[in-house]
Design a protein around this ligand. Structure first.
Ligand code: SF4
Length: 359
């Protein structure tokens, strides 16, 4: 198939749904790891066409949702420092830290600017050389290479008033952590398409081989997702788990080697804390020592303590597939998109926001 409309073809969708219904016998819990998949599944009504023995769980693939409370607190602290401009993607603005949010700090007069790219933030630094500009680095393998490229540009152009606070995360270690978590029951992963464009299929091989978990990389159109569900059902029904790539038009075995090279030039793997999940070994990316001058945590000696999640918020359980948003006591009551308690209600890719909007 060549054109986008072919991936939305209703006749083709009906045939796949028919096959899903005919072949699916077992009770299966399939996790769409990525927040973009969650939104696409809701937008296209995919849950409603699946048989009742197939449930779809939302996973830890929304970068804003998995950002630890202490990192949100760090962003708020940067905003409170005189002569600092905080630059961020818009989704982070309303995420509540333990005492405030970037939106509240901006309302109090802090200089917080929404950017659409790391390079916008770099330009702001060049235009405001009497100020320090901090970029809130929150993302997965899709975003990290661009952040790395921005840091290389800052180094080459000797931009001295620019730094990045890295709360970046890697996807495969989170999947392994889920498989090790007591109570988590996942019969297959719908793996994130855009992360896989960078990582390649091979990045998941170690996790797949260790846990023998059915895994399919999928694109974001309805045919992509339905097809991935069918492939996971077939793997489960035949007891033959496999790591398959159902998104070959964008994902290769090796991934984007150039992007990975740039990423690994600037960043190194570290342990990091995920909201609700806790510290996952070797799942984060911090700046290498030779880029210390661009590391906002070092430049401002920023080291916020870990603090508990907001009382009653079940984001952690939701990100691990242990609960759905409707099982959170605050859902649609104390927590709404206008007045969010946790990040899963804030982010455009968050499971709670998706349930609120579409369910
Ligand atoms: Fe947290 Fe709100 Fe979602 Fe409950 S509904 S888990 S409080 S974000």
């Amino acid at each position: 198939m060549k054109y986008i409309k072919e991936y939305r073809d209703s006749g083709l969708a009906k045939n796949i749904i028919k096959a899903i219904k005919a072949e699916s016998k077992k009770e299966l819990a399939l996790m769409e790891v990525c927040g973009t998949h969650t939104m696409s599944i809701f937008r296209h009504g995919i849950r409603s066409v699946l048989p009742s023995n197939i449930s779809l769980l939302s996973g830890p693939g929304c970068p804003v949702c998995v950002t630890a409370q202490q990192d949100i607190d760090a962003f708020v602290e940067f905003a409170r420092i005189e002569n600092v401009i905080v630059t961020t993607f818009g989704d982070l603005m309303k995420v509540p830290g333990s005492g405030s949010s970037l939106t509240k700090e901006k309302a109090r007069g802090a200089d917080v600017k929404i950017v659409y790219s790391m390079f916008d933030a770099l330009q702001i630094a060049k235009n405001n050389q009497d100020k320090e500009v901090v970029f809130c680095g929150v993302g997965f393998e899709t975003t990290i290479p661009t952040i790395a490229a921005g840091i290389l540009s800052a180094k080459n152009e000797e931009v001295k008033n620019f730094s990045v606070y890295s709360a970046n995360k890697l996807t495969p270690p989170a999947l392994a952590a889920l498989m090790e978590t007591k109570g988590v029951k996942i019969d297959g992963f719908i793996l994130p398409g855009h992360v896989s464009v960078i990582t390649g299929t091979n990045a998941y091989r170690a996790t797949f081989e260790k846990y023998d978990i059915p895994s399919v990389i999928a694109g974001f159109e309805p045919i992509d997702i339905l097809n991935a569900v069918l492939m996971l059902i077939r793997q489960n029904e035949s007891n033959s788990p496999a790591l398959e790539n159902a998104y070959p038009r964008a994902v290769s075995d090796q991934g984007n080697i150039k992007a990975k090279t740039i990423m690994n030039q600037v960043f190194e793997i570290c342990n990091t804390v995920w909201r609700g999940i806790g510290e996952i070994p070797l799942s984060g990316m911090s700046l290498k020592p030779e880029y210390n001058q661009f590391d906002a945590a070092i430049k401002f000696n920023m080291n916020m303590p870990n603090v508990p999640e907001p009382k009653g918020c079940a984001c952690g359980d939701i990100l691990m597939g242990l609960k759905t948003p409707e099982a959170c006591a605050l859902y649609k009551k104390a927590c709404t998109p206008i007045n969010p308690v946790g990040p899963c209600m804030v982010s455009s890719e968050g499971a709670c926001a998706a349930y609120y909007r579409y369910n």
